[in-house]
Design a protein around this ligand. Structure first.
Ligand code: FRU
Length: 519
């Protein structure tokens, strides 16, 4: 009897404890749940996958493990949005099967029903993804990853796996994954770009089922600090010259400019068979080899939407807002990790060569409203710019143009009453922008989270600085100089940041300075 009472008592105590720790988790989770960035309601998420736009709806799939808040057997989760801010999560789109886990990939609207998987009246959406076989991985086999397809006849809501999978067998390359497919109108073919360890490989197909190897790129080009992953290839028109160039994105992990995972890019031409670097870009690369979509630590595996119709022909991009250096340890428990805001990628060219810019997608504007205007404010040394409750900085957008003299250091600081702060600004002597999260709150959950500040060369020396910032509860996205220099970083303050101040080494003028808040 005594034993029985002891047993019941222990069960009771254990369940109290679980309830309490859940409560604590829930409490800190609520403080960290982003206001305008996509997170799954529960559990683990990484890369964005299969994004396409159809009939006014943006579809976003993502690497998802529904049974835990750390990485595990990969599924494709699914969410949709009409405005790129408010997302609705749907049932899981793709489950692991006899070929393995469902790794990253893309989706296309097969308008001409080239695959025969739908009809011309109801064209199929076809998802192309990597099957990763965990048994083969455990046995240290080489042919772990193959490419498979699935199709949807109800606009991406439910999916059927193609029975002829795999559509591309493994060619004896251990890391062989993340297919991104697009319709090449000039050559009337589907083109796939795929990561293959130290390079990307290009394939073509008439029907999304039969694929032929075209060429490869990159074995000795660009950064190789880690394995190549999640490539993307698309044309962009340069507004100033009217010429069209092809941009190749390649994520690498590790080996990013501020450690861990990051996404590099290349500019060139694609003739339907081979991608070749543009000669100007090649000489830029020979000089610098420092071309990243985002220099911050938290924008990885990002790719572009299919089937978007932007009037300027630019591409819409979203990234996973974390870093493999610490993603599985960040201090949220109910879910883990968020996506970046959606961005428009633009290609620019000037006397220094090509540069890829990212600017926040204009679709976001509709959800933000101006509440503070500090235009023409002069700052000589230090100034508190805004404080709660006038503004809720953790759901804000800031736009600024600063006029400054040569050699001026500027530091902005977000802070709270718990003595946490996040600093960012311009270091004039290095001509570098930086983000410093070394005092930003919870830091010790991972060694590599805050052991250094993140820096980025400022590719301009003019006496004005322009910036657009998006600040959420646990992230800042900094678009400096019209999106020429971009940094995305996450942080976990003990309480929300409530104050924004600025410190400067010479007088500056905030020629333009407005704060919008999420409405
Ligand atoms: C990138 C990545 C991909 C892979 C997926 C697995 O973050 O490693 O290469 O498909 O994550 O979840």
């Amino acid at each position: 009897m005594k034993k029985y009472i002891f047993f019941l008592l222990s069960i009771f105590l254990i369940s109290c404890d679980v309830t309490n720790s859940n409560k604590n988790a829930m409490h800190s989770d609520t403080n960290y749940r982003p206001s305008f960035h996509f997170t799954p309601a529960e559990n683990w998420m990484n890369d964005p996958n299969g994004m396409f736009y159809l009939d006014g709806t943006y579809h976003l799939y993502f690497q998802y493990y529904p049974d835990s808040n750390v990485w595990g057997p990969m599924h494709w989760g699914h969410a949709t949005s009409k405005n790129l801010v408010d997302w609705k999560e749907h049932p899981i789109a793709l489950y692991p099967d006899e070929h393995g886990y469902i790794f990253s990939g893309s989706a296309v609207v097969d308008y001409q029903n080239t695959s025969g998987l739908g009809t011309s009246e109801n064209p199929p959406i076809v998802a192309i993804f990597t099957h990763h076989d965990p048994e083969k991985a455990k046995a240290e086999k080489i042919d772990v990853e193959t490419q498979g397809i699935a199709y949807s006849l109800d606009q991406g809501m439910t999916w059927t796996k193609y029975e002829g999978n795999p559509v591309i067998k493994n060619p004896d390359i251990r890391d062989f994954r993340d297919p991104k497919v697009f319709w090449d109108d000039t050559n009337s073919q589907w083109v796939m770009v795929l990561a293959a360890q130290k390079k990307v490989m290009f394939y073509s197909s008439p029907n999304l089922k039969d694929w032929e190897l075209l060429s490869d790129f990159g074995e000795t080009i660009g950064h190789h600090g880690g394995v190549w992953e999640c490539p993307d290839l698309f044309p962009l028109k340069i507004e100033s010259t009217g010429e069209t160039k092809w941009v190749l994105l390649v994520s690498i992990n590790p080996g990013g400019p501020n450690e861990g995972s990051a996404t590099q890019y290349f500019v060139g031409d694609f003739d339907g068979n081979t991608f070749r670097l543009d000669p100007t870009f090649k000489s830029q690369l020979d000089k610098e080899n420092n071309f990243w979509v985002d220099f911050g630590r938290d924008n990885y595996a990002g790719v572009t939407w299919q089937n978007t119709e932007r009037s300027n022909g630019n591409k819409l991009f979203i990234g996973w807002m974390s870093n493999w250096d610490y993603a599985t340890k960040v201090p949220t428990t109910t879910w883990r990790s968020a996506m970046t805001i959606a961005r428009e990628l633009q290609l620019h060219k000037d006397e220094n060569g090509f540069r890829l810019h990212s600017i926040p997608a204009t679709e976001l504007d509709a959800r933000f409203e101006e509440i503070i205007n500090l235009n023409q404010t002069k700052v000589t040394a230090q100034k508190t710019l805004v404080e709660a409750p006038t503004v809720e900085l953790h759901k804000s957008k800031i736009e600024m143009t600063i006029t400054l003299q040569q050699d001026t250091d500027i530091e902005f600081k977000l802070s709270n009453s718990a003595n946490n702060s996040l600093a960012f600004g311009l270091d004039a002597s290095e001509n570098e922008y930086y983000v410093d999260r070394r005092k930003s709150g919870k830091l010790d959950f991972a060694d590599k989270f805050a052991h250094r500040l993140s820096v980025m060369p400022r590719v301009s020396t003019t006496n004005t600085i322009q910036a657009t910032l998006y600040i959420d509860k646990t992230s800042i996205e900094l678009f400096w100089d019209n999106g020429k220099n971009v940094m995305t970083e996450i942080f976990f303050p003990d309480t929300p940041f409530t104050q924004l101040s600025v410190t400067t080494s010479n007088e500056i003028e905030l020629t333009h300075f407005t704060i919008d808040q999420l409405n």
